[in-house]
Design a protein around this ligand. Structure first.
Ligand code: UN1
Length: 514
């Protein structure tokens, strides 16, 4: 097993003193009277570091600094803001290897996926740089003579980013890089399970902030727990909250932000399915199904949780799938021969075991897996076997998102039936179909097809590119982040009507003479 020289990695990434829980860009604020917590790696159970968590006093300081930074940043021309983002992208390029390794060790995803996550950050920087010259508004035909109308997009304010452990750094960049070119400043509360990767990111961008003479507060970090998250959600000084995590967490955040009529982008749970038609290229479908199910040990919001397989190919497909599962290597994610690493912690392992028990109690049949791994290399108690269960879509447990590598196998005979099953869950994030039948593919993408925010043909449910809008419907929360025109949620829209004539006609033909 490769031992990770964690201390030298932390030093390389500039992580030294850890009694500071808050960063406003260049400056770290020492936490006074706050509690210290141990951060353990799910890879080997070792304590990586003991770090301080912010108190509400420190949160207050950060918010004030962010408010004054916004007054500066909103006046910087957007392409100049893009230039700062370009430099951040380059910093990430230079440090992709080390940052990816830390993500992998702190979170437990495979090294390849750790690097992939940093690549996703680099990609969104590139996207945001281009966007900084394309924050286009519309011109609109006025109904009045000698009048023109236009729409402008202005900076919004402070964006609060609450991110989850499964993508410790990429989700920040989806939000923060777009927010930055839009003229917003951001305050990031990363998951309390993966704060070190967030600290590393802030250490990396420090030199960019300094060399561009940016004030403190354009990019801030608050290491905290749910208490800080609640504070952010209630804080009227934060114009937009972008939260990623469970549906349960999102409902709470949505209520708190809604109560003050603030804005929210919610990216919550998924219950993603892959439909495998008899007309599919089954070899490709197998590869996509396995990556979708076991990638990040089933802890992506886009993980393939349900395989909906046509009855005529069901036996053939499932027996091949079980054979692949038998050959998967599970172990230290930093060892590149391993396909799957650990779950984030023992609580997640417990949920995995309980979900399997529930599925069996409801009549499900385990075709593979269902075990927590023990023995050499698995001392941390966080490794499990990826699991395949024959089930029924209406089982209570199938209707839920369990953040673990458990995949339910479901059977269908007609495409309409498969789509109905795919849509018959409360979540609506990602979906996919494997078919070479053009009619089926188009039905799946049509209004009577998938009801999800993401619908793919002949690729899996996970691994979305940053260029598209990312997010989903129903209990997934309805928010969109990352590419396409998601930037609009980070800006304030203003409609302008300009009269360049000599008269003052009213709209709707109203007469009002004075
Ligand atoms: C998440 O799991 O919260 O599409 C995000 C994907 C990744 C992002 C997942 N690009 O799987």
């Amino acid at each position: 097993m490769p031992n990770i020289p964690i201390q030298s990695l932390l030093t390389k990434l500039g992580i030294k003193a850890l009694n500071e829980s808050v960063c406003t860009g260049n400056q770290w604020i020492t936490s006074i009277g706050s509690e210290n917590r141990e951060i353990k790696s799910p890879v080997d159970g070792n304590v990586i570091a003991s770090i301080s968590f912010a108190t509400t006093t420190e949160y207050e300081r950060v918010t004030k600094v962010a408010q004054s930074a916004f007054d500066y940043w909103k006046n910087v021309p957007a392409p100049k803001r893009g230039e700062v983002v370009r430099q951040i992208g380059n910093k990430l390029r230079e440090n992709k290897e080390d940052l990816g390794r830390l993500v992998s060790y702190e979170m437990g995803k495979s090294l390849q996926e750790g690097w992939g996550e940093v690549q996703e950050m680099i990609d969104i920087c590139d996207f945001a740089v281009g966007l900084s010259r394309q924050l286009y508004g519309l011109t609109i035909a006025s109904e009045r003579p000698n009048h023109s109308m236009q729409e402008q997009w202005h900076p919004l304010g402070i964006v609060g980013i609450i991110s989850s452990f499964n993508f410790p750094v990429a989700v920040w960049s989806w939000n923060a890089m777009i927010a930055a070119v839009c003229g917003d400043v951001c305050i990031w509360k990363p998951s309390e399970k993966t704060p070190l990767s967030a600290i590393a990111v802030h250490q990396l961008i420090k030199s960019v902030i300094a060399s561009n003479n940016l004030p403190e507060g354009v990019f801030s970090l608050v290491i905290g727990d749910a208490k800080i998250g609640e504070k952010m959600a209630k804080d009227h000084r934060i114009q937009l909250i972008s939260a990623t995590g469970s549906t349960q967490m999102g409902k709470r955040v949505g209520q708190l932000v809604g109560a003050r009529l603030g804005r929210c982008i919610l990216e919550l749970g998924g219950n993603n399915s892959l439909i495998i038609s008899e007309d599919a290229n089954l070899d490709n479908a197998l590869k996509a199904a396995v990556f979708g199910a076991v990638g990040t040990a089933g802890q992506r919001c886009t993980t393939t949780r349900r395989l909906i397989i046509q009855d005529s190919v069901y036996d053939k497909f499932t027996s091949k799938l079980v054979k692949i599962y038998e050959q998967l290597n599970i172990g230290n994610p930093l060892d590149q021969k391993n396909h799957m690493g650990p779950l984030i912690d023992k609580i997640a392992v417990k949920k995995y075991s309980m979900a399997i028990m529930d599925a069996e109690n409801e009549g499900g049949r385990v075709l593979f897996g269902g075990k927590v791994l023990e023995g050499e290399g698995f001392e941390s108690g966080t490794y499990v076997l990826p699991t395949l269960i024959e089930a029924n879509n209406h089982f209570r447990i199938v209707q839920e998102e369990t953040f673990a590598p458990i995949t339910y196998l479901l059977k269908y005979s007609r495409i309409e039936e498969a789509i109905a099953m795919q849509n018959d869950v409360r979540q609506g994030l990602s979906s996919a179909i494997f078919t070479n039948n053009i009619q089926e593919a188009h039905i799946f993408l049509s209004a009577k097809g998938s009801d999800c925010g993401i619908a793919n043909v002949n690729i899996g449910t996970s691994g979305a590119e940053i260029g598209g809008a990312f997010g989903g419907e129903k209990e997934t929360g309805g928010g969109r982040e990352s590419g396409s025109d998601s930037w609009k949620a980070y800006m304030r829209r203003q409609t302008n009507t300009i009269n360049y004539g000599k008269d003052m006609p009213l709209a709707q033909g109203i007469k009002f003479d004075v």
